[in-house]
Structure formats: structure tokens, C-alpha cells
Design a binder for this molecule. Structure first.
Ligand code: ADP
Ligand code: ADP
Ligand code: MG
Length: 459
């Protein structure tokens, strides 16, 4: 096992990795920006190193500085967390070239799966269902229009380098396709330095269902059940649950098998996620594979009892999986809420600032992942997600009730958050019967905010 690991991330995921390393007897070095010098992971880790300025480009995305820090502090491995460099094949390659273990899959696999269009082609070749659409990169908007006519509108133009919900545009008819193409291309060029696009039929009112995978370097691959992440705002997840209420046992089994087939096709090593959209007829289609640990991994940990970060580290150290497929059973129901420093009433504008006081919920089956502490500052430089609340209960309704109580108890003073917004969702009828698709929030956000304001006035 590793003696020392460099943690190349910040916030809640840095804390999550740090705690896990400490439990495993691994020393840690937290790499931080100058902005994060007083962060909880920095205070909690035996060693830390400042790798650059507040702007992520000079720090959390600074490949050279991270490699140098790992060498200077004698770290055998780097954990990239999620976001930042976690899906950057060049960085994984640099680690490999410098004899440092990147805790994740190989640079080759990241490259293969990170190019979403070639991942799609590979899945199709191996018999995993993909959304009807283009074969290969589109050459022009005219070509997109031709293919759209064949597969039928509405369609989605997607950046092959895309991530975080960016570089995607819908076109509902022919008149919209040129505009959609050009703006997706421009956004992808600006965000990823690559404007290449492909096209998929837009599945209407889909569920986003994803399957957690673990694969080791000995060829062992298992699935750890699915998550329903249909509660999304602007293609970004807000609430996730496991298992997916919408699936019958037969459909669940089929989607697990498809995910295993996808992972086996690429000989996947590490923790990863195979993402699908599920249409109204409950046909499912592969959309992408995320070659990293995900934000929502704790819901899977709750229902399976497996520590995914620990497994990920063990796999990177060359150890075999600690579990066989027959060891994995989904027990009860788990829900995660992503707590963001943002103001829902002001179009979810980020709300950074000082938190003079906070209180986290607790109790049986309640877990909070966060790097906040009373007196800390939420920086304007980074993602607005400041905490995750995860509950686990025997059934879905009990989990919903547990989450309501947890969010009622949670206090974050000094800044605006989406806690009350999430709380109100937990009382929505469609949510309670599990009848929500990825369009739910777009349709209901205004009503939820109005309802919140009215109920505040009433008290
Ligand atoms: P998950 O499925 O784990 O929720 P997301 O796509 O939401 O994955 O990304 C996780 C985190 O990484 C988020 O904080 C998101 O903002 C960030 N992220 C994802 N992809 C990118 C990217 N290409 N560039 C910058 N940030 C990204
Ligand atoms: P990213 O890399 O940004 O996570 P994804 O390909 O996973 O991009 O898509 C993000 C979200 O967009 C999905 O979770 C899903 O809600 C929606 N989406 C993606 N492809 C389709 C599609 N073909 N039809 C309908 N919705 C889609
Ligand atoms: Mg995705």
C-alpha cells in the first residue's frame, strides 16, 4: 500500500479522500491554492503545499506544480478527486511518465472514454445500446441537419470533449439547427479548446440512470447498482438516489448487465460510472462513461456498504477487488442532496462569503460530507457546492422523511444556500411518487420558489 498520497483537490472531496487515507494508515499531502490556505483539509492533513494562486488555472489545474509537489514531498500517488484534473488524460500521462500513480484509470482509458463520440462508437460496436444519432464527428451544420432529418427532431448537439453539462444545445426543428450547432461549437471551443460535435436524438422526459463500476488490474469487474440522477438543473445534478424507483427488477438487471458489458469492453480499471438515459418506454441508452469518482458516490456506499474511495485506492495500488459480484446487495434506499452556496430566488446566483456559524444534522442514517466549519469563508473562485447530505433508510418514503428532518436541522449562516429549495422539493407530489424526469426542475423551479416565499410570509 502507498505510504503517502498527494490530494490534488479541495472542498468536501479533499476531506473525503483525506479521511479515507488516514483510516488506511496512508500519510497525506494536501495541495492547495493560496485562497485555500486555511481550508479544513489543509488544517487536517499532516502536510500541505501551496501550489499556486486562487485561480484554478494556476493551482488545481497546474499540472507541473502538482507533479513537482508530489516529487518534493515523496508521494507515490496522486488522488485527483472529481472535476479539475480528474479526467485529464494528459495529466494522467504525466503522472505515469514521472513514476507517480494516478489514482484512476490509465491515461489511455481516460482518453478513449473522454472523447464522448469515440466512446459512443466503441459501445455501439460492443452491443451496448446508444442513442440514435451521428456516426463520428459532424463536419458542418448542414451535415447535422441531414442526420437530424433521418433520426427525427428534436435533437441534441453535443461536444465530444464535453463535461459538466457544457457544450450541449437542443434543436427542435430544422430552423434551429444552425444556431444550435454554432453555439454548441463556440461554447465547447471556449470551455474545452475543442469544438468538435456529434449529434444524438433528444430523448424527451428521460430519467438519468447511471451504474457504479469497480474494476481491478487483475481483470475483476463488478457493478454496485444504479443511481437515479434525474433531478437536474441545467444538466447539473442536484439530488441523487439509489436504487432507481422507476425500474422493475428485470429492467434493473438489464441495465446493470449493459454497464458491465460497457466496462468489460474497455477492460476498465478503477472506480467509474456508466451513464444512461431511460426513455418513457423504459428503453435505455448509453450516453457516456465517467472515468473518476463521482460527486454522488455516497448514495451507492450507503446501499452497498462499500467504501468506494478505499476500493479505488486499493485498486490503484495493484490489489484485487475486495468484493465479488455476489457480495453486492442493495439494502434500503439512499438520497443525496447537494448543498450549494447560491440564491435560488436570484436565478441561483453564487453566494460566497463568510459563515459565522453553522450546524450540521446527524443521527442514524444521516451523513454530511463537507469542508465547512464555523468561521470559514466560501470562496467565489470555485464550484458553489459546499456540502452533501446523504440519508439512508429502509425505504424511499422513510428516506425522504429523514432528509426533510436533516435539512430542517441544518444551519448555514451568513450566505444564501439552496437548503430551503431542496427542502421544498421533498414535499412535491411528483417527487414523492418518484415521477420525475430530467425536465422536472425546469418546469417546477418557479413554482417551488413562489411556494417558499408564500409559506415564509404565512409564518
Ligand atoms: P457528477 O456526475 O459527478 O455530478 P459532474 O459532471 O457534475 O459530475 O462534475 C463533477 C464536478 O466537476 C462538478 O463540480 C463540475 O462542475 C465539475 N466538472 C465536470 N466536468 C468539468 C469540466 N469539463 N470542466 C470543469 N469542471 C468540470
Ligand atoms: P456531461 O459530460 O456534461 O455530463 P452527458 O452526456 O452526461 O454530459 O449529459 C448531461 C445530461 O444531459 C444527462 O444527465 C441528461 O440529463 C442529458 N442528456 C444527455 N444526452 C441526452 C439525450 N440524448 N437525450 C436527452 N437528454 C440527454
Ligand atoms: Mg454526464
Amino acid at each position: 500500500m502507498f505510504k503517502k498520497v498527494l490530494i490534488a483537490n479541495r472542498g468536501e472531496i479533499a476531506m473525503r479522500i483525506l479521511r479515507c487515507c488516514q483510516e488506511m494508515g496512508i500519510d497525506t499531502v494536501v495541495a492547495c491554492s493560496s485562497e485555500d490556505r486555511n481550508s479544513l483539509p489543509v488544517q487536517f492533513s499532516a502536510e500541505s503545499v501551496c501550489i499556486g494562486p486562487a485561480q484554478a488555472a494556476g493551482s488545481y489545474l497546474n499540472q507541473e506544480a502538482l507533479i513537482e509537489a508530489a516529487k518534493a514531498y515523496h508521494c507515490e500517488a496522486i488522488h485527483p478527486g472529481y472535476g479539475f484534473l480528474s479526467e485529464n488524460a494528459n495529466f494522467a500521462k504525466k503522472c505515469e511518465d514521472n513514476g507517480i500513480i494516478f489514482i484512476g484509470p490509465s491515461s489511455r482509458m481516460i482518453r478513449e472514454m473522454g472523447d464522448k463520440q469515440s466512446a459512443r462508437a466503441m459501445m455501439k460496436k460492443h452491443g451496448v445500446p446508444v442513442v440514435p444519432g451521428s456516426d463520428g464527428i459532424l463536419k458542418s451544420w448542414q451535415e447535422a441537419a441531414e442526420i437530424a432529418k433521418k433520426v427525427g427532431y428534436p435533437v441534441l448537439l453535443k461536444a465530444t470533449a464535453g463535461g459538466g453539462g457544457r457544450g450541449m444545445r437542443t434543436a427542435f426543428d430544422e430552423s434551429e439547427i444552425q444556431n444550435a450547432y454554432e453555439s454548441a461549437e463556440a461554447e465547447a471551443q471556449a470551455a474545452f479548446g475543442d469544438g468538435s460535435l456529434y449529434l444524438e436524438k433528444l430523448i424527451q422526459h428521460p430519467h438519468h440512470i447511471e451504474v457504479q463500476i469497480l474494476g481491478d488490474s487483475k481483470g475483476g469487474i463488478i457493478q454496485l447498482g444504479e443511481r437515479d440522477c434525474s433531478m437536474q438543473r441545467r444538466n447539473q445534478k442536484l439530488m441523487e438516489e439509489s436504487p432507481a424507483r422507476i425500474l422493475t427488477d428485470k429492467q434493473r438487471d438489464a441495465i446493470h448487465k449493459a454497464a458491465l458489458k460497457a466496462a468489460r469492453a474497455v477492460h476498465y480499471v478503477s472506480a467509474g460510472t456508466v451513464e444512461f438515459v431511460l426513455d418513457r418506454e423504459k428503453h435505455f441508452y448509453f450516453i457516456e462513461m465517467n472515468t473518476r469518482i463521482q460527486v454522488e458516490h455516497p448514495v451507492t456506499e450507503a446501499v452497498t456498504g462499500v467504501d468506494l474511495i478505499r476500493e479505488q485506492i486499493r485498486i490503484a495500488a495493484g490489489l484485487p477487488l475486495g468484493y465479488k459480484q455476489s457480495d453486492i446487495h442493495l439494502t434500503g434506499h439512499a438520497i443525496e442532496c447537494r448543498i450549494n452556496a447560491e440564491n435560488p430566488a436570484k436565478n441561483f446566483a453564487p453566494s460566497p462569503g463568510q459563515i459565522p456559524f453553522l450546524h450540521f444534522p446527524g443521527g442514524k442514517g444521516v451523513r454530511v460530507e463537507s469542508a465547512l466549519y464555523s468561521g470559514c469563508r466560501v470562496s467565489p473562485y470555485y464550484d458553489s457546492m459546499i456540502a452533501k447530505v446523504i440519508v439512508h433508510a429502509p425505504g424511499r418514503l422513510e428516506a425522504i422523511r429523514k432528509m426533510r428532518v436533516a435539512l430542517e436541522e441544518m444551519t448555514v449562516d451568513g450566505i444564501e444556500t439552496n437548503i430551503n429549495f431542496l427542502y421544498l422539493i421533498l414535499f412535491n407530489n411528483d417527487f414523492m411518487v418518484g415521477n420525475i424526469d430530467t425536465g422536472f426542475l425546469e418546469k417546477n423551479t418557479d413554482a417551488i420558489i413562489r411556494w417558499g416565499e408564500e409559506s415564509r410570509k404565512a409564518f
